[in-house]
Design a protein around this ligand. Structure first.
Ligand code: BGC
Length: 869
């Protein structure tokens, strides 16, 4: 990355790109909001219709979550201002400004309490004469003091003639803490219930907007009969208020579809009581539900849900017809099936988009399976009233495989495969049956991450599943549904099954030199380095002077880290990493004095510097305005890969502007349980949808080759409590079919430059230390050819009684190339292992080569770009 001087600009005025990018963020926000309920024509609102607006998120609208997934944008448009921008008169202005005032006061009190606590910690650590752990103690102060939103004044004005009220429920969560199955979080608080009661009593129609990062209990819908509208507006970045207004008035017709099932109550999740936030067992998490996660559980076990996976309303209606299913190859000659259908907008008034979803029931032979799984989908263009479109959805046979632990292979079992088409998993029609005459094996793979203790896994009721399959059978006969015979040789492409790939066989990112060329260049460059330089190249360049966690890059204030500068003289530049996934997280502004960046606090890059002690700034101020886009879950709810590609382009443009080479995003852990504090950063409960979204985003960010993504957190980072030391006890099958699957799709389809390993252990081994995960699966099976980095400070010594932390030198052995952000202790540990033979020079070289190869690839693409300009 070519860097000139300081990043950002000294002029505060909005720049051209900001406007352009905010428009894209707003479009994405609109496309990912999901209409859950709309009765008695509650929505759309008429533009001149006065509404009463209440609730914690009306003015203090949540654009996203906290922690490293935060973005320090210029401003956030709240819902009040969004509605007013459409000309909608608001009857409750006084209540809203009261709330705003009391919120701001509560927020300042909260901040001051943190500062007081911080001072105490500082004294404690000074007295001990050891400041090394001061920063983490300080960080814990930040998490220890929960922020409680004020309930707001209780005065409800019932403006004369106002019949509709909009009530905004907001929640915020983030890194370092899980959500709670309690009032005020998963459930309504007493204050919220009380207000809803009053509002429902005062107005004839109430519309609830859910301004949350994830699922919450909607049991209150049964209590209040006049809540006629419910919209999961989620958290849509800095344009949230405008996007909400667009969809509420119908300027944009809703077309978002859920990326998670919304059950009736928390207790409906399998082993709900065993999630860490409920049972407090922080050291181990037993994945007893096996592959039955999200709709795979609800659908297979017959547990009815409030809103099914894939669900969402529109202001118009669509019909699906003319289903076609055939065995077909894709453009690359890969075998699969093609599903076609006609989608028609049968409404009279609104132009809108619709999502067609394809699910498959695989035979229950071989091993128990989920009743149905999502295998393909497509979103229409905007269809005018009466307009239709033919959609074609191609599904590789590989998507229908399941993993046999006994055989150590991906298998298509012999038997009947039912293909379903529809609008969500609760609204599907049978479209075809495929009969596979013989089992087909997609190549054997090595055994990975073996269980070290016994694990009793959930099994579905075989009789129940047989009865449902019998129903399918009868329907096929009765309705003369297409039946296709498929031979095993039609399925598996050549020998080896096309599953195992040689590392480095991915697409060439540069036409002039080719991927292999960069590897050769990297090899040659690494050969010239001294051992001490190589050791530094596998640990990031840490500067204690400018901050700590999540804030360790030296050159771009607020960026998260960078690779070592140790080999700059040999032509290997240091590249910079910044967080995501809701945009780029860097400081909104910083100070330069006497030609140097004035040291700043970690807090400057979190919540727009709310927690920073404001000092007089005497130097020159540089501004880095980044666009905050919707959170990961909302993006998945768009089911729109083109849009994610476009967002990837947006991110890439800003990365170039601020000198960032790798984006620490997208986050793609599976929504295993709704209480995971970072779910908002992740896409879905379904690995297929997650993988497709991450692949589209990756293609966008990497389109020019000069910037890249780092998909994270690989793998099973499904809780925040004790995230550095928790052990995920899981079968290989569930690991591969659910938790690795999304990463597999992203790696195979889009070739991300980076992967970030998660803090946790999987079956007793930290992921960053796992050769099985970092090398066998990632590189040998999937052909990953980028660099793997740890999550931040994962090698820091663990407190007593906790699992030992990730070992630095074992990262190198496992080919987790980079230890981030990199400390002197990490370097000493690697040196010592080289000295006593626990680590070989070849192992070190292999790691450094991967790092250098990515540096060369991005730098070369960057130079080509400059020439083009
Ligand atoms: C988070 C990562 C993040 C990193 C750098 C860690 O605490 O878990 O997601 O990328 O910090 O900020």
């Amino acid at each position: 990355m070519v860097r000139k001087g300081f990043t950002g600009v000294t002029n505060k005025k909005p720049r051209e790109y900001e406007k352009r990018h905010r428009e894209i963020a707003r479009t994405a926000g609109c496309e990912g909001m999901v209409f859950l309920k709309n009765e008695r024509h509650a929505l759309p609102l008429k533009k001149d219709e006065m509404v009463a607006l209440y609730g914690s998120g009306a003015v203090i609208t949540r654009k996203g979550g906290t922690g490293s997934g935060d973005v320090n944008e210029r401003e956030v448009v709240n819902i009040r201002d969004g509605l007013k921008g459409k000309g909608i008169p608001i009857a409750s202005e006084e209540w809203l400004s009261d709330y705003e005032k009391s919120y701001k006061k509560a927020r300042t009190d909260w901040r001051d309490a943190i500062f007081r606590r911080e001072k105490e910690i500082e004294k404690e650590w000074e007295a001990r004469g050891d400041v090394s752990e001061y920063f983490s103690a300080k960080e814990s102060a930040y998490y220890e003091i929960p922020f409680v939103a004020p309930a707001g004044s209780e005065i409800i004005e019932n403006g004369s003639g106002v019949s509709k009220a909009v009530y905004v429920i907001s929640r915020v969560s983030g890194e370092g803490a899980d959500r709670k199955n309690e009032k005020g979080d998963y459930e309504l608080s007493d204050g919220e219930r009380h207000m809803l009661q009053m509002i429902c009593g005062c107005f004839s129609q109430v519309i609830c907007l859910l301004n949350t990062g994830g699922i919450m209990d909607l049991g209150f819908l049964e209590e209040f009969s006049n809540i006629d509208g419910v919209v999961f507006i989620s958290q849509a970045g800095m344009e949230t208020g405008n996007a909400v207004a667009d969809v509420l008035v119908g300027d944009v017709v809703p077309c978002g579809r859920l990326a998670d099932s919304w059950p009736y109550r928390y207790g409906d999740y399998p082993f709900a009581d065993e999630f860490v936030a409920v049972n407090g067992q922080i050291h181990k998490s037993y994945y007893k539900e096996s592959i039955y996660v999200g709709y795979r559980y609800f659908d297979t076990f017959g547990v009815s849900v409030r809103y099914p996976f894939g669900y969402g309303l529109s202001y118009t209606k669509f019909t699906f017809s003319e289903y076609g299913v055939s065995v077909a190859k894709n453009g690359d000659g890969e075998n699969g099936i093609e599903v076609s259908l006609h989608v028609k907008n049968v409404g009279e008034r609104y132009a809108a988009k619709e999502v067609a979803q394809v699910y498959v029931s695989c035979p229950q032979t071989g091993r128990g399976k989920e009743f149905r799984r999502l295998c393909g989908y497509a979103k229409t263009k905007e269809l005018k009233p009466r307009e239709s479109q033919e959609l074609r959805i191609w599904i590789p046979f590989y998507a229908l495989c399941s993993f046999s632990q006994e055989k150590g292979a991906w298998i298509l079992d012999e038997g009947a495969y039912y293909v379903w088409i529809g609008k969500n998993i609760g609204d599907l029609e049978l479209a075809a049956r495929l009969d596979l005459e013989q089992e087909a094996c997609f190549g054997k793979v090595g055994r990975i991450a073996p269980l070290k203790e016994s694990l009793e896994e959930l099994k579905p009721d075989a009789a129940r599943l047989s009865a449902r399959l019998l129903w399918c059978e009868e329907t096929v006969e009765r309705e003369r549904i297409t039946v296709l015979r498929v031979r095993a040789e039609d399925v598996v492409p050549g020998t080896g099954g096309g599953v195992l790939r040689e590392a480095g066989s991915g697409d060439d990112s540069s036409p002039s030199i080719g991927r292999a060329g960069f590897d050769l260049e990297a090899k040659a460059a690494v050969r010239k380095l001294r051992r001490d330089q190589k050791v530094r190249m596998v640990t990031g360049e840490l500067s204690y002077s400018v901050g700590n966690i999540g804030n360790s890059a030296i050159e771009v204030p607020g960026a998260s880290g960078q690779t070592s500068k140790a080999a700059e003289e040999q032509g290997i530049p240091s590249i910079i990493f910044a967080d995501g996934p809701a945009g780029i997280r860097v400081n909104q502004s910083y100070e330069v004095k006497d030609g140097e960046i004035v040291p700043y606090e970690v807090w400057d890059s979190l919540e727009n510097g709310l927690l920073s002690i404001k000092k007089e700034r005497e130097g020159e101020i540089y501004y880095q305005y980044c666009t905050s886009i919707p959170i990961g879950t909302l993006l998945a709810q768009t089911w729109n890969e083109e849009l994610l590609f476009e967002l990837g382009r947006l991110v890439s443009e800003e990365m170039r502007m601020f000198g960032i080479t790798l984006w620490l995003a997208p986050g793609m852990n599976i929504h295993r349980n709704p209480l995971c504090g970072r779910n908002f950063e992740y896409y879905s409960e379904d690995p297929f949808l997650s993988g497709k979204m991450a692949a589209a985003m990756t293609r966008g960010v990497q389109a020019d080759g000069g910037t890249g993504v780092t998909v994270k957190h690989f793998v099973c980072n499904n809780q925040e409590e004790n995230r550095m030391g928790t052990d995920s006890v899981i079968s290989e099958r569930a690991l591969r079919e659910i938790y690795l699957k999304g990463f597999e799709i992203a790696v195979r389809e889009a070739g991300p430059y980076g992967v970030m390993t998660s803090y946790n252990l999987v079956n007793g081994i930290h992921v960053g230390n796992s050769m099985d995960l970092c090398t066998t699966v990632l590189r040998n099976e999937w052909g990953f050819d980028g660099l793997v980095m740890t999550d931040w400070y994962t090698t820091e010594p663990a407190p007593e009684g906790f699992a030992k932390s990730t070992k630095p030198y074992v990262c190198v052995k496992a080919r987790n190339n980079l230890i981030m952000p990199g400390t002197a202790e990490d370097q000493k540990n690697v040196e010592a292992a080289l000295e006593d033979g626990r680590l070989t020079e070849e192992e070190l070289d292999a790691c450094v080569e991967d790092v250098v190869s990515v540096i060369f690839r991005t730098a070369r693409a960057e130079k080509m770009d400059c020439k083009r300009e």
